[in-house]
Design a protein around this ligand. Structure first.
Ligand SMILES: Cc1cc2nc3c(=O)[nH]c(=O)nc-3n(C[C@H](O)[C@H](O)[C@H](O)COP(=O)(O)O)c2cc1C
Length: 190
């Protein structure tokens, strides 16, 4: 079977994070489509509105973008992103099993792949969910976005049309057979 011409597979395998964007607006229709792809990802619980965990803030305001850099040297690209989407998890919609991080993460990947399909590059920014040293930074970000207590900040996703002049470092992955086991852990494939 020739899988090389499968567009979706190629898009997923060749996707990279992009941190340099063209100064070109992303239309509201495209943003809505990307978020629609996000919210159609699987989520823990019944396929009903009161189990839908992921919520989103579309950030266009330059002042807010600037604040979200947190003065981190390696986050300066954030303020130049045409759009940033904050991906949130409303914990009220998953109070029993607390699977909201997984649900929202699946939503993020759907958004990344759908953005790629429009030629829009993205970069996930960690929001320090479990990082003790960065609790203060997380709280600052929560305040900037005006988040209530029951809403977890999962990640920020920067997005913009790709600037082809960006130098993206080569990606090196572990060998397939070093990370994929058969039936039980550490039983390697032939
Ligand atoms: C949980 C998570 C946190 C990340 N945090 C950051 C970040 O704070 N800053 C950044 O520039 N990239 C961040 N990234 C992007 C990773 O650096 C990138 O996905 C990884 O190096 C693999 O490269 P690729 O996306 O080009 O395949 C994050 C990605 C994930 C999934």
């Amino acid at each position: 079977m020739n899988l090389n011409n499968n567009e979706i597979i190629n898009l997923i395998i060749n996707r990279r994070s992009h941190r340099k964007y063209l100064d070109k607006d992303i239309s509201d229709d495209i943003i809505e489509t990307i978020i629609n792809c996000g919210r159609n990802a699987p989520f823990g619980g019944k396929p009903k509105p009161d189990c839908q965990v992921a919520e989103y803030v579309i950030i266009k305001d330059n002042n807010i973008k600037e604040k979200l850099t947190l003065n981190y040297e390696d986050r300066q690209f954030v303020k130049d992103a045409p759009i940033i989407i904050a991906i949130l998890a409303n914990k009220d919609n998953d109070s029993k099993y607390q699977e909201y991080i997984l649900s929202s993460a699946l939503s993020i990947e759907n958004m990344i792949i759908s953005a790629e399909s429009f030629g829009i590059g993205t970069c996930v920014l960690s929001c320090f969910i479990n990082h003790k040293k960065h609790i203060e930074d997380k709280n600052i970000t929560r305040k900037i976005l005006n988040l209530p207590e029951n809403v977890e900040l999962i990640a920020l996703l920067t997005m913009g049309y790709k600037d082809d002049s960006e130098q993206i470092p080569e990606k090196q992955l572990k060998n397939y057979k070093d990370i994929v086991y058969l039936d039980t852990y550490n039983k390697y494939l032939e």
